[in-house]
Design a protein around this ligand. Structure first.
Ligand code: ING
Length: 311
């Protein structure tokens, strides 16, 4: 019996600073309605899907910074999303800024959760590869202060058995690093879900800007093929507070092929029927990890942080 999951990549257009969470949830509910009409089992929303991409600004007032974070999930504003998804029997991935108060400590993460078709919280992921910088760099057209506003994720990259398959999660910059996918590949992952907010302009390397969509798909296609897994990458995009972010949301098969992609930089549902067994032939041959990998030759990958060239 084939295990087909109909996936909806729910790309979001821009969210301006003044846009309320309620207005964003209304847009997400519309995408959920479309997903239901097309028989989707699972919907993937972007990274930091409830607010504008606030790490683009230097802020010093912690209260102002924390206004972009969620203290509970679901909250009053997001409960309608959880209720509607459960009523429609649709699972979903949701990215948001998490503020955790526990054991007398306040911690802040760039987080994603997976909720199954029954509304059960399957798992949580906290972003590990935080790009950008931690100090104010006024020379930049805009800041990218994820290293300042978030802690490095402390949950690893788990894989969960849910909704008939093996699912993993990551977030944005994680998708550029092969280690992300391989960690999940070594747990047999069949579908990696990820959201991203990717400014087109990268101030330290403007010559890369023209290749933004190419690098976006290249990273995910490489991860999908080398680990025989589906990859669903979903953008929040368009012009947010004057800063363009790329769309190019994509659903990529374990073959490495892009099977569906967004055509706009606005709210857009991209749909594909994904056979979770499509990676099996690769896992049994080309990427039979147990048969072909040589971990004792890979030590440098774990032990060395930065590149060290020979004298
Ligand atoms: N954004 C970007 C990303 O990795 C970036 C940061 C942009 C890195 C352009 C390299 C080039 O897609 C986030 N939020 O990680």
């Amino acid at each position: 019996m084939t295990r087909i999951v109909t996936v909806g990549a729910a790309q979001l257009g821009p969210i301006q600073r003044a846009d309320s969470r309620a207005s964003v949830v209304r847009r997400m509910l519309d995408l959920l309605r479309q997903a239901h009409e097309h028989g989707c089992d699972l919907v993937v929303f972007p990274e930091l899907a409830l607010t504008t991409f606030f790490p683009r600004w230097w802020m010093e007032d912690q209260e102002e910074i924390d206004s972009f974070f969620e203290r509970e999930m679901p909250s009053n504003e997001t409960a309608p999303l959880f209720n509607e998804a459960q009523a429609k029997g649709i699972g979903f991935y949701l990215g948001f800024a998490e503020l955790e108060r526990a054991n007398g400590r306040t911690r802040r993460f760039n987080t994603a959760i997976l909720v199954d078709k029954s509304g059960k919280h399957v798992g949580k992921y906290r972003k590990i590869h935080l790009p950008g910088h931690a100090e104010h760099e006024p020379w930049r057209a805009f800041q990218h202060l994820e290293k300042r506003y978030f802690e490095i994720g402390d949950l690893g990259w788990p894989v969960w058995r849910s909704m008939g398959g093996l699912y993993g999660m990551c977030i944005c910059n994680d998708r550029r690093w092969p280690e992300t996918y391989r960690t999940m590949g070594l747990q047999g992952v069949e579908m990696v879900l990820l959201g991203y907010n990717t400014p087109r302009h990268n101030p330290p390397a403007p010559d890369h800007d023209r290749l933004s969509e190419f690098h976006n798909q290249l990273s995910m296609q490489g991860g999908a093929y080398a680990n025989a897994t589906w990859v669903v990458g979903v953008a929040k995009c368009g012009i947010e507070e004057g800063c363009e972010m790329i769309g190019n949301s994509s659903i990529i098969a374990p073959t490495g092929e892009v099977v569906a992609q967004a055509l706009t930089q606005d709210d857009e549902l991209v749909i594909a029927r994904c056979d979770l067994d499509l990676g099996k032939s690769y896992k049994a041959t080309t990427f039979n990890f147990e048969r072909h990998r040589q971990p004792d030759q890979y030590r440098m990958i774990v032990e060395r942080k930065g590149a060290v060239a020979p004298e």
